[in-house]
Design a binder for this molecule. Structure first.
Ligand code: GDP
Ligand code: MG
Length: 297
């Protein structure tokens, strides 16, 4: 259970220059309270980015709007520095009227585009800080039914602005059969509503192993995830990250138990660079163009 994440595994994933300089990766988590967002972030980066609630003494008073909470941390692995930024959106979907829950989130994404645009327009562009959101993990409640109106509304409002990655939260609360049926249902809903989610690409120049890996990762979408930052002991005496039940242990890092490993592999190991590219070449570019047209250029 050491702090190894894996982003430095593929030196060719990032350009040599960014390896030396270090690079930014910004990930956003959205979903109703209690779906395991904070836990998953801790599990993904193997670090207590979120201290336990008691320790920081967060007030019990419920806020009235969706908040934006940013966590920045630097991780270094094999000499590669990663500036990791997590944008959390506490309060999403928690109110009696959630109609505009997506709004503050969209505004955050756009204001980060604006900040980048502003830096690009400066005379001295040598020190651009890139805080654009590279991926948005959208947490779907493990209901087993279909997407809620709130889910659909959010994804439709945001899919042209960010790489959307839907995940089934707390998938340990469903059986394997339920998860499989739910995934199918979610994909049908997504297609029916013309929602664009992130598709990891493979390229002609990729070797067969990489192509198979990418196809395998994509076959898991929407990722059924389990988060846990606690070590538990399995019946055969191994200590793993997982969740214990009277009938056994769900292991976070076991691919037979959930899709956590696949999600992490895509985010940090195989497609981090592509997520950053899509952010720049597609989402940011669209935003920039729209903005310039709006200004009469
Ligand atoms: P957030 O409000 O979305 O940030 O949710 P938290 O990460 O604070 O988790 C809320 C509660 O759900 C905590 O008691 C967690 O221990 C629990 N939890 C988090 N992830 C999982 C999971 O994958 N499965 C189950 N069963 N519980 C989880
Ligand atoms: Mg949280």
């Amino acid at each position: 259970l050491q702090g190894y994440v894996g982003f430095a595994n593929l030196p060719n994933q990032v350009h040599r220059k960014s390896v030396k300089k270090g690079f930014n990766f910004t990930i956003m988590v959205v979903g109703e309270s209690g779906l395991g967002k904070s836990t998953l972030v801790n599990t993904l980066f193997n670090a207590p980015l979120y201290p336990p609630k008691e320790a920081v003494g967060l007030s019990q008073e419920s806020p009235k709007t969706v908040g934006i909470q940013v966590l920045n941390t630097e991780i270094e692995e094999n000499g590669v520095r990663l500036q990791l930024n997590v944008v959390d959106t506490p309060g999403f979907g928690d109110f009696i009227n959630n109609e505009e829950s997506w709004k503050p989130i969209l505004e955050t994404i756009e204001s980060r585009f604006d900040a980048y645009l502003e830096q690009e327009n400066r005379v001295n562009r040598s020190k651009i800080t890139d805080t654009r959101v590279n991926a948005c993990l959208y947490f779907i409640a493990p209901t087993g039914h279909s997407l809620k109106a709130l889910d659909i509304e959010f994804m439709k409002r945001l899919h042209n602005k960010v790489n959307l990655i839907p995940v089934i939260a707390k998938s340990d609360t469903m059986t394997n059969e339920e998860v499989a049926a739910f995934k199918e249902r979610i994909l049908m809903d997504i297609a029916h509503h013309n929602i664009k989610i992130y598709h990891a690409q493979h390229y002609d120049c990729d070797d067969q192993e990489t192509i198979n890996e990418t196809k395998d990762v994509m076959s898991k979408v929407p990722f059924a995830i389990v988060g846990s930052d606690k070590a538990v002991e399995t019946s055969d005496g191994r200590v793993v990250r997982g969740r214990s039940y009277p009938w056994g242990t769900i292991e976070v890092d076991n691919e037979d138990h959930c899709d956590f490993v696949k999600l992490r592999q895509m985010l940090v190991r195989t497609h981090m660079e592509e997520l950053r590219e899509f952010t720049n070449d597609i989402h940011y570019e669209n935003y920039r163009t729209e903005k310039l047209v709006g200004l009469g250029y």
